[in-house]
Design a protein around this ligand. Structure first.
Ligand SMILES: [Zn+2]
Length: 158
């Protein structure tokens, strides 16, 4: 019986290779000093996340947004929005909103990130990904005190 149940289960999908745009430059036009992982603290879709930034917090934003199903949305290209400010201060030398690229994961908190989202982060920042050679931090690692334990899981720091 147990064996039969196990056979019915679909085989685990291997992580697909990254297909998408190459690494983007930081707002200062240079190779990013870091990739910073954030979460939205909610489960809205990418468009409403951008609308919230645009309407309520102009200047705040991230270059990429990862949907619940792992899809990467490129904020500027898809929504025409350029806000890149994401953290208030940085304890890591050389890492600032001007030098880093930000990625917002649509999740209530780190524990709420889906496997598809974690796989996407791995494709972006893992071996062979466009950000493979860029240090990856969770928001709360760069800017402790802004938010607690934000994005740490996706950065591999879990
Ligand atoms: Zn954040």
């Amino acid at each position: 019986m147990l064996t039969a149940l196990r056979l019915k289960r679909p085989a685990a999908k291997p992580t697909e290779p990254y297909v998408g745009p190459p690494m983007m430059n930081a707002p200062n036009g240079k190779v990013p000093s870091a990739l910073i992982i954030h979460h939205t603290s909610g489960r809205n879709n990418a468009e409403s996340v951008v609308n919230d930034w645009r309407t309520n917090r102009p200047g705040v934003g991230a270059q990429m947004i990862v949907d619940r199903d792992g899809t990467v949305h490129y904020t500027q290209k898809e929504f025409g929005y350029n806000g890149t400010g994401n953290f208030l201060h940085s304890v890591i030398s050389g890492v600032s909103n001007q030098t880093a690229v930000g990625i917002e994961v649509i999740a209530r908190d780190d524990a709420d990130m889906t496997q598809a989202q974690l796989d996407t982060l791995k494709r972006l920042a893992g071996p062979g990904g466009p950000y493979a050679n860029i240090p990856v931090y969770g928001h709360s690692q760069v800017s402790p005190g802004d938010r607690e334990n934000e994005g740490v899981r996706g950065s591999g720091g879990d």
